[in-house]
Design a protein. Structure first.
Length: 278
C-alpha cells in the first residue's frame, strides 16, 4: 500500500475531507428520534452512535491513506506505529450538546509531526463552520483568514469556560475560578465544546477561554488554530491530577485571566506550589 503525500497542505486537505465526512455522520443522527447515550465515566460523560460512527470514518480514512501514521482518538485510544506523524482525534466534541439537540458540537482533528502541532481542523457541521490552520500559515474559517480580538480589559471581554465530568464528586471543579472571574467580565459563557471554544477565541467571537481536566484530543487542533490567529495559549495549572488546564485569550487579557485563575497544586505534604501560566 502506498502512502499519500505527507506535506502539511496535503495533510490539511485530507483532514478537512475526513472532518466533513464525520460531520455528515453527525447530521444523520442529530435530533433523531430515539438517539441513545451511553455513560462512560458517569452520566456527565456520554457517548452516542454518532461518536462511534464518526470515529470509524476518520480512522478508516487515515489507515487507508496514511498507514504509517499513529493515531490517538478519544473513543478507541492510541494506535502506535512508531511513525513521526500522529493524528489526534475527537470524533464528536460536545456530545452532551449533540444528544440534547443543541448545535454546538464539532469534529476535531489535529496532526503532529515529530511531536509538534502542525495541522489543526475543527468542523462544526450543524453550523457549517470549518476552522483550520497549518503551523506558520495563519488560521482560517471557511477559507477566510481570522484573528483574535484586540480587547485589553476584562470588563469589555466575553469569555467561556467549562466544568470537569466529576464536578459532582470533586470540589476541585472550577467553581472557585468562576466566582472569582465572572464579576470582572462583560459576560461568561459555557458552550460545551472545548474545540469550538478555542476556535471562537481564534475568530474573536470570544475573548478568552479556560477549562480544566481536558485531554489532548480536546485541545490539540484548537490550540494551533488559536495560536495561528494571534491568541495566547498556555497551561494555567500543570503537573497534577486535573489533566490539561488550558487557557487561551487575546494577548491583551491573557495575563489578567492567568493571574485570577487558581494556579496552585497540592504536594503530598499539602504545600502549595505555584505553576507558571505559560
Amino acid at each position: 500500500m502506498t502512502e499519500e503525500g505527507t506535506g502539511t497542505e496535503s495533510l490539511l486537505q485530507a483532514a478537512m475531507e475526513m472532518a466533513r465526512k464525520a460531520g455528515e455522520a453527525h447530521m444523520r443522527h442529530f435530533r433523531s428520534a430515539g438517539l441513545q447515550t451511553e455513560a462512560k465515566f458517569n452520566e456527565s460523560d456520554v457517548v452516542t452512535v454518532a461518536d462511534k460512527e464518526a470515529e470509524r470514518i476518520i480512522i478508516s480514512g487515515i489507515r487507508s491513506r496514511f498507514p504509517a501514521h499513529s493515531i490517538l482518538s478519544e473513543e478507541s485510544g492510541a494506535s502506535h506505529t512508531g511513525g513521526r506523524i500522529r493524528w489526534i482525534i475527537d470524533p464528536l466534541d460536545g456530545t452532551t450538546n449533540f444528544s440534547q439537540g443543541l448545535p454546538l458540537f464539532s469534529v476535531s482533528i489535529a496532526i503532529e509531526i515529530n511531536g509538534e502541532d502542525a495541522v489543526g481542523v475543527v468542523y462544526a457541521p450543524r453550523l457549517d463552520e470549518m476552522f483550520c490552520a497549518v503551523k506558520g500559515s495563519g488560521a482560517f474559517l471557511n477559507g477566510e483568514r481570522i484573528s483574535c480580538s484586540s480587547k485589553t480589559t476584562l470588563d469589555k471581554a466575553v469569555a467561556a469556560t467549562g466544568f470537569p465530568v466529576d464536578k459532582d464528586s470533586n470540589p476541585d471543579n472550577n467553581l472557585d475560578n468562576v466566582a472569582r472571574i465572572m464579576p470582572r467580565l462583560r459576560g461568561l459563557r459555557r458552550l460545551g465544546s472545548a474545540a469550538l471554544d478555542l476556535c471562537y477565541v481564534a475568530a474573536g467571537f470570544l475573548d478568552g477561554y479556560w477549562e480544566m481536566n481536558l485531554h489532548e484530543w480536546d485541545v490539540a487542533a484548537g490550540r494551533l488554530i488559536a495560536r495561528e490567529a494571534g491568541a495566547a495559549y498556555g497551561l494555567w495549572r500543570n503537573g497534577d491530577d486535573r489533566g490539561i488546564c488550558a487557557l487561551a485569550a487575546t494577548p491583551g487579557i491573557y495575563r489578567s485571566l492567568a493571574d485570577l485563575l487558581e494556579r496552585q497544586k497540592r504536594t503530598p505534604e499539602n504545600k502549595p506550589v505555584l505553576i507558571p501560566s505559560m
